[in-house]
Design a protein around this ligand. Structure first.
Ligand SMILES: [Fe+2]
Length: 212
């Protein structure tokens, strides 16, 4: 015959397991991050590119001069929506030069190319999901959909989620708000904006749906 006390303690245990489960689910839901919104690849993904694709876009090996423009650093982490770091994620990064010109055959801009600007990087995140680039601040440029505010293109591949997007700069608020693609992001636009810390230092995290 079952001891009534024992039965009671088993029931209490069952109730506490259920309560713990519900609490954990609430914690996970509360901690969930909103994924970085997807944006168009754009017309200037660099199919043709230089041999060099390291994290410093401002120097090309063997060149005597650094790229023209204001040198900046952009760093951050790739996380999944639960805040776990995504290690080994691949980031492809490309942008126009300091005069608004892409090194791409389809860019009809009359602004000159900068032979010392790398324009593209392919890097991977560390074990903590960290990444960092040194580059020059891209210029705004005219396009068929209106003037584009300064931005950097990203294609991020985690282990189970790939995201193509564009990153903007917090100190370009005035022009960001006039950019059609930025406007289309609505309430999620702020998740694409890198925050200026010290002068020339920007921080921006990429949030994937999954990817650990
Ligand atoms: Fe662009």
């Amino acid at each position: 015959m079952t001891d009534p006390l024992n039965r009671l303690s088993r029931r209490a245990f069952g109730v506490s397991v259920l309560a713990f489960g519900a609490l954990s689910a609430m914690r996970v839901a509360a901690a969930e991050l909103k994924p970085t919104p997807t944006q168009t690849l754009g017309p200037f993904y660099p199919i043709e590119r230089l041999a060099e694709d390291d994290a410093d876009l401002t120097w090309i090996k063997g060149h005597a001069k650094r790229a023209e423009g204001s040198v900046i650093q952009v760093k951050g982490r790739v996380l999944d929506r639960y805040g776990h770091p995504v290690s080994g994620a691949r980031l492809e990064i490309w942008q126009c030069n300091s005069l608004g010109r892409y090194a791409h055959a389809n860019d009809v801009s009359t602004m000159p190319l900068d032979p010392n600007f790398q324009g593209y990087a392919s890097i991977r995140t560390s074990a903590k999901g960290e990444w960092r680039i040194t580059t020059i601040k891209p210029a705004a440029y005219d396009s068929p959909i209106g003037r584009r505010t300064p931005h950097i293109h990203f294609d991020v591949q985690g282990k189970s989620h790939r995201l193509t997007t564009q990153m903007y700069f917090s100190d370009d608020d005035a022009t960001n708000s006039k950019d059609l693609l930025y406007q289309e992001l609505g309430g999620s636009a702020e998740r694409t904006v890198a925050k200026l810390g010290a002068p020339g230092q920007y921080d921006w995290n990429v949030i994937l749906m999954d990817g650990v």
